[in-house]
Write a protein that binds this ligand. Structure first.
Ligand code: PGA
Length: 249
């Protein structure tokens, strides 16, 4: 049933420099002659050309951290899906909780971003997840279902073209990972929602993100509905990221 490859995506967030990226990418490329899973790094937009060149011919795919919901024109500071495509971008995050929280991205905006990415031939990694307050007040399921519902019917596209990342906000950058059981429970909810919308639900990759690291990755990735990871902090160290990739088979 689960013939799809897992996906391990690093999210560098607003970190890096030409020199730091160079060292990290050299370490990753050298350590990844082959990988049992798909691998991507989501990098800050100014470094797309550098990363595209550095990973050329390797198993590492280039990803963006965000994409504009607009096509082109007077949107100062925005980066369009077509521009990302120009730099060989294969995936883009859409609706990361930091974008939702600090940049006011609504479910509707996230859906538009996913739509723009798909139209340009880029796979959106749509992020969903509850805050600590939402979890503690018993709203986890309702929140993630609402967030996923917004992207489940995209014009002319099937939900099976999308990757979904469950990232509990309280676990991001806090060192407080969801337990494998907690994560699996939410993944099962998302899978059931996808199954109700698409006969291809089994094909859709559901990533877990939130303090995934070299020590906890194997247990998380062993859960039946966890098809990969979205890795922040631990993706900035080649050795740690390589260990997580090694745990994904
Ligand atoms: P973290 O970040 O691994 O540092 O918790 C994950 C993310 O925000 O994608």
């Amino acid at each position: 049933m689960k013939s799809k490859k897992k996906l391990i995506a690093g999210n560098w967030k607003m970190n890096g420099s030409l020199a730091v990226n160079d060292a990290l990418l050299k370490g990753l490329v050298a350590g990844l002659a082959e990988a049992a899973c798909d691998v991507a790094v989501a990098v800050p937009a100014p470094y797309l050309a550098q990363v595209q060149a550095a990973v050329f011919g390797s198993v590492i795919a280039v990803a963006a951290q965000d994409v504009s919901q607009h096509d082109a024109g007077a949107y100062t500071g925005e980066v369009s899906a077509a521009m990302l495509k120009d730099f060989g971008v294969r995936y883009t995050l859409a609706g990361h909780s930091e974008r939702r929280q600090y940049h006011g991205e609504t479910d509707a905006v996230v859906a538009e971003k996913a739509q723009r990415a798909l139209a340009a031939g880029i796979t959106p990694i749509v992020c969903v997840g509850e805050t600590l307050q939402e979890r503690e007040s018993g709203q986890t399921e309702a929140v993630v279902k609402r967030q996923l519902a917004a992207v489940i019917h995209l014009n002319g596209h099937c939900i099976s073209e999308v990757v979904v990342a469950y990232e509990p906000v309280w676990a991001i950058g806090t060192g407080r990972t969801a337990s494998p059981e907690q994560a699996q429970a939410v993944h099962a909810v998302l899978r059931a929602q996808l199954a109700a919308a698409s006969e291809h639900a089994d094909r859709i990759r559901l990533l877990y993100g939130g303090s995934m690291n070299a020590a906890n990755a194997a247990q998380l990735l062993a859960q039946p509905d966890i098809d990969g990871g979205l890795v922040g902090g631990a993706s900035l160290k080649a050795a740690d990221f390589l260990q997580i990739i090694g745990a994904a088979r």
